[in-house]
Design a protein around this ligand. Structure first.
Ligand code: SAH
Ligand code: SF4
Length: 357
C-alpha cells in the first residue's frame, strides 16, 4: 500500500470507531502497528480530545486513592505486591486510618474515594461493609469506589448494598493464552471475566482495563482488549504502561511505551466517548508530564494518592511508583496549576459516568 493509501485506510478505521462500529480485528491490528505514524497519532489525539471535551467539557475529575493494604494472597507475575515477594513491605490501614484519609480528602475537595488494595483476607465483607457504610454516612455527597480484586458474587452484592458505587477490576488482557502467561495457574481468566460481568449486573459503575506493553503482549492482544471493551461497555477503563518491579519474575522485561499508551487512550475515548478514562499514575511515572499528555489524548480522570504518607512507599506495584508532588492529594495545587496550563480544571464533583447506552 502506498503511504497515502495507508493513511486514508487507517483514518477510516478510526472513523469507524467514531461512528460506533467495530472495525475488523485485522484492521485494528494494522492501526496499532502504525501508531508511530505522526499523522495517525495526531489524528487520534485530536479526535480523542474533541470527544472528551464534547462529553465532559474541560473537566478533569479527581479521585482520592486510598491504598488500604499491601498484603495480597495472589501471585500475579508483574506485581510487586505478589505474595511470592518476600521482600515487600506489608501494611494494612485500620478503619480509623481510612476514615481519617477521607476526612482530609473531603477538605481538599475530593468527592470520590477509592479503596484499593491487594487481596487481603483481613478485608472481609464485614470490615469493608462497615467502612463503606461509614464513609457514605459521613459524606453522603461522595462516591465510594472499591478495587479489592476478585470476590464472590455474594460478596460484591453485600458491598454494593453497604453503599459502594463503583468497582475497578482490570481485565488485564482479554486473550486467555496471554492471561495465563501473566498469572500463575490458580488465577483463572474465566473467573476474572465472570467477576466483571457480576459487578456490572449488580449495578456497579464498573471499570475494566489493562497494561500496555506487558510481557509477550502483541498488537493482536491489544486489538482483543479493544474489542472486549467495546462489547463489555465498562463505565471506566484503566490503561497504563507495564512497568517492571525488581522483585518480580518480570523484572528484566522492558517498560511499556508511553506513546502507545497515549494512542490506545485516544482510541478508547473515540470508541467509548462517555467512558471515565484515567491518566494513570503509571503513565505519569513512565514519563514526566505523562498524565497531562494523557488528558490531551482524551483521558478525563486523575487519581491522586490519599494514603497516609508513611505507607506510600510500601505500596509498590512497580519500581519508582510516584506518590508525591502532583501525584499526592497534598499536591493538588500543583496538579491544578499544571492542568490549568493546558486549559483544564478540577471540579468539586463526584464525576459520575454519563449514561453509556
Ligand atoms: N489487587 C487489585 C487492585 C490492586 S492492583 C487487583 O489486582 O485488581 C491494581 C492494578 O495495578 C492491576 O490491575 C494492574 O493492572 C496494575 N499493576 C500491577 N502491577 C503493575 C506493573 N508492574 N506495572 C503496571 N501496572 C501494574
Ligand atoms: Fe495482588 Fe492485585 Fe498485585 Fe495481583 S495485581 S498481586 S491481585 S495486588
Amino acid at each position: 500500500m502506498k503511504d497515502i493509501e495507508l493513511i486514508n485506510k487507517l483514518k477510516s478505521v478510526i472513523s469507524q470507531f467514531d461512528r460506533g462500529e467495530t472495525p475488523q480485528k485485522q484492521d485494528i491490528v494494522l492501526l496499532l502497528e502504525n501508531y508511530k505514524n505522526p499523522e495517525i497519532f495526531e489524528f487520534a489525539k485530536e479526535l480523542g480530545r474533541k470527544k472528551a471535551l464534547e462529553n465532559y467539557g474541560n473537566n478533569v475529575f479527581i479521585r482520592g486513592l486510598i491504598e488500604v493494604s499491601s498484603f495480597c494472597t495472589r501471585n500475579c507475575f508483574y506485581c510487586g505486591l505478589r505474595c511470592g515477594n518476600k521482600e515487600a513491605q506489608r501494611y494494612r490501614l485500620s478503619f480509623e486510618e481510612i476514615m481519617s484519609c477521607c476526612e482530609s480528602g473531603y477538605k481538599a475537595g475530593f468527592r470520590t474515594f477509592v479503596m484499593q488494595g491487594g487481596e487481603d483476607p483481613f478485608f472481609d465483607d464485614d470490615f469493608v461493609c462497615r467502612t463503606v457504610a461509614a464513609i457514605k454516612q459521613k459524606y453522603p455527597d461522595c462516591a465510594v469506589t472499591l478495587s479489592l480484586g476478585e470476590r464472590s458474587y455474594i460478596s460484591y452484592k453485600r458491598l454494593k448494598e453497604a453503599g459502594a458505587d463503583r468497582y475497578l477490576l482490570r481485565h488485564e488482557t482479554a486473550t486467555k493464552e496471554h492471561y495465563e502467561k501473566l498469572h500463575p495457574k490458580n488465577s483463572l481468566f474465566e473467573n476474572r471475566m465472570e467477576c466483571l460481568y457480576n459487578l456490572k449486573e449488580l449495578g456497579y459503575q464498573t471499570g475494566a482495563g489493562f497494561m500496555v506493553g506487558s510481557p509477550w503482549q502483541t498488537m493482536e492482544n491489544i486489538a482483543n482488549d479493544i474489542i472486549f471493551l467495546k462489547e463489555f461497555k465498562p463505565h471506566m477503563v484503566g490503561i497504563g504502561p507495564f512497568l517492571p518491579h525488581s522483585q518480580t519474575p518480570f523484572k528484566d522485561f522492558p517498560k511499556g511505551s508511553a506513546e502507545l499508551t497515549l494512542f490506545v487512550l485516544s482510541i478508547v475515548r473515540i470508541m467509548l466517548p462517555k467512558v471515565l478514562l484515567p491518566a494513570t499514575t503509571a503513565l505519569g511515572t513512565r514519563e514526566e508530564g505523562g498524565r497531562e499528555r494523557g488528558i490531551l489524548h482524551g483521558a478525563n480522570v486523575i487519581m491522586p494518592n490519599l494514603s497516609p504518607v508513611e505507607v506510600r512507599k510500601k505500596y509498590m506495584l512497580y519500581d519508582n511508583k510516584l506518590s508525591s508532588g502532583a501525584e499526592a492529594s497534598e499536591g493538588l495545587e500543583i496538579l491544578r496549576k499544571s492542568l490549568d496550563k493546558i486549559g483544564y480544571k478540577i471540579p468539586v464533583s463526584r464525576g459520575d459516568c454519563l449514561e453509556i447506552n
